[in-house]
Design a protein around this ligand. Structure first.
Ligand code: KG4
Ligand code: ZN
Length: 348
């Protein structure tokens, strides 16, 4: 191990490449100095992430993205003490790019490696204390229950330490983000569809259509039944939509959004009560959803919970969250080695 790691103060270069964002961040302990994110546009053409194209785009992006993060942080590669990378879960080819690049830096600079679990990192984005613009975030008190809602995952996690997690529930089929994206795809909206559905829903009637909520035991979720019901409802009113009844599309979006959000909210508060916590948190890209944010704050306040949602740049895929996760591993000297293999699935 390099002697630099013995210092308490650490400069971390973090790399995220698990899906379709190539991101690099630089942290000084729990302060973000730079968090640069390149979102791959190529997938819009195909209406979803194409794995082979994603890994090729990561290869093209990784050097300029890391350079930009270092410049924004005002540092040189020689100033970095530790290099961290997302090692799963994610797309194999995409993960390999970050994994290999981080190993290259580790060898050439003689600095240690830290592999990071992407889903842990989404939660740990709550522990970023200082931002690149100098502002400070309030950190949730432990323990708390976190709902992580992204394009690939929907999880309820009991967080009892900065790096202590217990998975208490997750989706048994599709993720909430996938459900939003599917609604958008059926309606012919561009990818990623979640934000588009959210915008259209603002103009629609949330009670126009009734969609089923997945009935799954305890703290798990299911969205496959909802997706099928949505498709059949859409087909049954397609003639009216084609005839130019635009308000029907907004009504479909509003009703779908209400169903997905209510499902998430019910389970989140159910889990929070079960775990007897005072604090709840949200993480992942779907945290941007207007109704979800409103409901979680309103219901939380009514029921006496403290509610935390990270800054938007830390909700969607980003390397700052990989950096903060690595910081807590650094404190425990939990390093990885050159033999680490990307884990497309990486359970808690
Ligand atoms: O966490 P994230 O950026 O990437 C993954 O790790 O998957 O989450 C992306 C997901 C996509 O499914 C996208 O449609 C959804 O987050 N999303 C939204 C909104 N903004 C992003 N879903 C609903 N409403 C939004 N405003
Ligand atoms: Zn993610």
């Amino acid at each position: 191990m390099n002697s630099k790691t013995l210092e308490k103060s650490v400069y971390i270069l973090a790399i995220e490449s698990s899906c379709d964002e190539t991101s690099a961040a630089v942290l000084h302990n729990n302060k973000v100095l730079a968090n640069f994110i390149a979102t791959q546009k190529i997938h819009e053409t195909f209406g979803g992430v194409v794995p082979e194209l994603a890994s090729r785009a990561h290869q093209q992006n990784i050097v300029p993205v890391v350079d930009t993060a270092l410049i924004e942080a005002g540092l040189k590669l020689n100033d970095i003490n530790v290099v961290a990378y997302t090692n799963g879960p994610g797309l194999l080819g995409s993960l390999l790019v970050g994994n290999a690049f981080a190993k290259g830096i580790s060898i050439s600079k003689g600095i240690p490696l830290i592999e990071v679990n992407h889903m842990h990192a989404h939660i740990q984005s709550h522990f970023i204390e200082f931002n690149a613009d100098g502002s400070k975030n309030s950190i949730p008190e432990l323990p708390f229950v976190c709902l992580t809602v992204s394009g690939g995952h929907t999880q309820l996690v009991y967080v009892y330490d900065f790096d202590g997690f217990e998975l208490i529930g997750e989706t048994i089929d599709d993720a909430a983000g996938e459900a939003f994206d599917k609604v958008a795809k059926i309606l012919g909206l561009p990818y990623p569809g979640g934000p588009q559905v959210d915008i259209l829903a603002e103009q629609g009637n949330p009670n126009a259509f009734n969609f089923p909520k997945g009935k799954v035991e305890q703290f798990n979720f299911s969205f496959s039944g909802f997706k099928t019901a949505f498709l059949y409802k859409y087909k049954s009113i397609l003639k009216e939509i084609d005839a130019g009844n635009k308000s029907l599309v907004a009504d479909l979006c509003a009703s779908a959004r209400k169903t997905i959000v209510e499902t998430l909210i019910e389970k989140l508060f159910f889990a929070a009560k079960y775990k007897n916590v005072n604090t709840i948190a949200l993480a992942g890209g779907v945290s941007a959803n207007k109704l979800l944010r409103k409901e979680i704050f309103e219901t939380g306040e009514k029921l006496g919970f403290k509610v935390f949602i990270p800054r938007f740049e830390y909700c969607t895929d980003n390397a700052a969250m990989i950096g903060i996760s690595a910081y807590y591993k650094f404190l425990k000297s939990s390093f990885s080695d050159l033999y680490s293999i990307p884990k497309t699935k990486w359970s808690f």
